[in-house]
Design a protein around this ligand. Structure first.
Ligand code: VGL
Ligand code: ZN
Length: 198
């Protein structure tokens, strides 16, 4: 069995009522549970920021969420405070069947750098360790689901394709933030990288 299901950031803060709510974010939970029950291997990712994280607009005077700033590693979108380590918002959605997970990988835990992708932080060089985990288990075919399609799911899918994994994004089990055309752009980038949008 060489297939893994990667469930991206299905956390309270990305669901309706959360700090960075993705429209319809909670609608995908039941479908993801059903998919997990059938999968050979299951990995969950968890956005996990320290208080005062450098992606939080609240850290800067006169800055608002969704503005872009220059960071040493490139451009960074600013967000409302979200998924703060140990907070309720950082918990998985209460209906997500987390018992089925073989691995939970946390990301964005360094204060000075964000990590959308499950594979690399936003400098696109600092690894999270997920690549090694998948390779040593012989997991070569990845299906990605979760939140948000145009940020953490897309960045994870693009990195996975670049690393040589066979990648499918199951779009009916994803929901998007869609900031200034980011969903369309993400879909184009994924298609161009050979990611299957199912
Ligand atoms: C995400 C923005 C900030 C995501 C995480 O899970 O897509 N987006 N942090
Ligand atoms: Zn985040």
């Amino acid at each position: 069995m060489n297939k893994a299901l990667i469930v991206i950031d299905v956390q309270n803060d990305f669901c309706p009522g959360g700090a960075l709510a993705v429209p319809g974010g909670d609608e995908i939970v039941a479908g993801i549970n059903a998919q997990m029950a059938r999968a050979g291997a299951v990995v969950l990712t968890q956005d996990w920021h320290p208080p005062g994280h450098s992606s939080f607009a609240s850290r800067y005077d006169g800055r608002s969420p969704h503005e872009t700033i220059d960071m040493p590693y490139g451009q960074q979108v600013l967000w409302p405070d979200h998924c703060v380590q140990g907070s309720r918002g950082a918990d998985f959605h209460p209906d997500l069947d987390t018992t089925r997970a073989d691995l939970i990988i946390r990301k964005g835990f360094r204060v000075g750098i964000d990590s959308y992708s499950a594979f690399f932080e936003n400098d696109q060089t600092t690894p999270t360790g997920l690549e090694g985990y998948l390779r040593t288990r012989g997991l070569t075919h990845l299906t990605l689901v979760g939140l948000a399609t145009d940020f953490c799911v897309a960045w994870s899918a693009l990195d996975a394709a670049r690393l040589g994994f066979k990648v499918q994004v199951q779009t009916d089990l994803c929901r998007a933030i869609d900031l200034d055309g980011s969903l369309k752009q993400a879909r184009e980038n994924m298609r161009a990288a050979g990611v299957e949008l199912a």
